[in-house]
Ligand binder design. Structure first.
Ligand SMILES: *[C@@H]1O[C@H](CO)[C@@H](O)[C@H](O)[C@H]1NC(C)=O
Length: 198
């Protein structure tokens, strides 16, 4: 092989190895960080696709976790509003109560979208900040993410008043989705809280 070609192929091999081990380092970093949350599996499966961008940056990992949460909350909000009109059109006892519960959820989930969005922004550029400003911003994000979890559980608390039928099915569907969003929010909060110690 010509010397130039040989060194080129060595360079490419080296590059490939470097890329692979950076990827490995990042996925194992995400696995370790996720093991400190309440839902390590969900955490890892939802955040490992971003390994290439996250590297081993704890702030970026937390910000991605918030965006992943937003990615669930936004379609959930659309679903709730769709089902609201659906339930309201059905005059049965079950659907009447469900429609009321969904009205509350619509407002609550709309709030959570604002809170999580604001939290992600609050941590943007954190790397360049020092001292009290860092703790202040982390504290704000913690407060807003905790409020998000409260809103999410208030939403599901409104369900299940004993009526049966279509309303019940709607409630079960929404409850499942809110629960996943709540778990993702809990993961984001744990990752944000981890920033205080690191
Ligand atoms: C999260 O989403 C916002 C809005 O789309 C975006 O500006 C921000 O860069 C995203 N954060 C990360 C870490 O990708």
């Amino acid at each position: 092989m010509a010397p130039l070609l040989l060194s080129l192929s060595l360079l490419l091999t080296g590059l490939l190895i470097a890329m692979t081990s950076a990827g490995d380092r990042s996925t194992s970093y995400i696995r370790t960080s996720c093991s400190r949350t309440l839902y390590p599996e969900l955490c890892y499966s939802s955040l490992s696709p971003y390994a290439g961008q996250v590297g081993t940056d704890p702030v970026l990992l937390a910000r991605f976790a918030m965006n992943v949460t937003l990615g669930r909350l936004k379609p959930l909000y659309v679903d709730i509003n769709y089902l609201r009109s659906h339930a309201a059109a059905d005059p049965s006892c079950s659907c009447k109560k469900t429609a009321e519960a969904l009205d509350d959820c619509s407002e609550l989930i709309s709030d959570t979208i604002g809170l999580v969005r604001k939290s992600e922004k609050e941590l943007t550029g954190l790397e360049g900040m020092v001292g009290p400003q860092v703790t202040w911003r982390i504290g704000n994000a913690q407060t807003w993410l905790s409020a998000t979890i409260t809103d999410e559980s208030t939403c599901t608390d409104g369900f299940g008043d004993g009526c049966r039928g279509t309303g019940d099915d709607i409630e079960q569907e929404i409850r499942k989705k809110v629960t996943t969003a709540e778990q993702l929010t809990s993961i984001a909060l744990a990752l944000v809280s981890g920033l205080v110690k690191s």
